[in-house]
Design a protein around this ligand. Sequence first.
Ligand SMILES: Nc1ncnc2c1ncn2[C@@H]1O[C@H](COP(=O)(O)OP(=O)(O)OP(=O)(O)O)[C@@H](O)[C@H]1O
Ligand SMILES: [Mg+2]
Length: 355
Amino acid sequence: MTTLAKELPAPFTPARILRELDAHVVGQERAKKAVAVAAYSHQKRTRARAEGRPLTSRKSNILLIGPTGCGKTHIARTLARFLEVPFVIADATEYTEAGYYGKDVEVMIGELLLAADMDPELAQRGIVFIDEVDKIARRSHGAVTGAGNRDIGGEGVQQGLLKLLEGRKIFCPTNVTQHWSKHDFVPVDTTDILFICAGTFSDLHMYGNRSKRLGFTGKVGESGGPAITEKDLLRYGMLAEFLGRLPVQVRMEALTEDDLLAVLTLPRESVLHEFAELLRLDGVTLDWDESGLREIVAQAHRRETGARGMKAVLEEVMSEALFHGPELAGTTLRIDGAYVQAALAALTAPRTPRQ
Ligand SMILES: Nc1ncnc2c1ncn2[C@@H]1O[C@H](COP(=O)(O)OP(=O)(O)OP(=O)(O)O)[C@@H](O)[C@H]1O
Ligand SMILES: [Mg+2]
């Protein structure tokens, strides 16, 4: 749970924010730096408004582009927790153009208000993370199939988001659990809300210049690999007005095996602790050997699902141990490379074939 700062704190410097991000987010140096600067501007803006001299400069909403499990959501969540501001994650695919069945984009602000304990002042300093924005690309000039209607919806959602990104007074219901009545709405101004949009744009290459290789999975150095240009995103189906309101655009890379190993052993949030804790309750001690961790990382890397996949691999590796925990009481379980391989092999050789 994020604690919310009721008072407006002194802004954290970009360097201080970066240090915090560094403690929780492996790699992604460019993204962390860009987010730190944008967050610093965000604090300056909210502070200036609180002091009655609002800034006129445009805000630094962010677009994060990177493959699944590389830390897009993680970076935003870490930032919001550190800044102690209200934070919501919205999935762009759940929203529809106003008037259609589905959530109206304004609901995002209602949810932010909820995360702000219904305090509009707090909500106005918050962060909204909008995931899967690549799924609301316009597809009108693409294949004309049954998906046509939905694609137009995508464009409509982008249109709807424009006013939020730009800054607009949204009237949010204050009594969500009861019947809405006209008198129970509170205005929330989105002008200073920081929006962080994210998407994988995994099939971007199909819409851009075909000679370009835009694969995220290959190891691309700081300077290597073609940059995703505004043109590529336009061709993909993002509206120019939408991109224009996301001036900070950062590409994130797939995590390397070394990155994944670092994620696994991050002191504060390693998923290894979760398994150790569960099994400790059974009286089982886990002894993680480096070869075991390397094997888990190699498996996850092959699946190309980033750090997200690592949790899945771990679940599989540990499933037998979790099952037999009670009988293993008093023992130490050494998880090395051989253990990991055996555990995974046992799963892929089921009695009844899967798929
Ligand atoms: N760079 C990273 N450093 C540390 N942990 C990470 C990193 N990337 C991912 N993780 C871990 O993996 C989990 C999943 O990552 P995250 O949700 O940020 O992926 P994502 O980039 O948003 O992917 P998707 O496109 O599938 O939403 C996070 O909760 C976090 O624990
Ligand atoms: Mg995500």
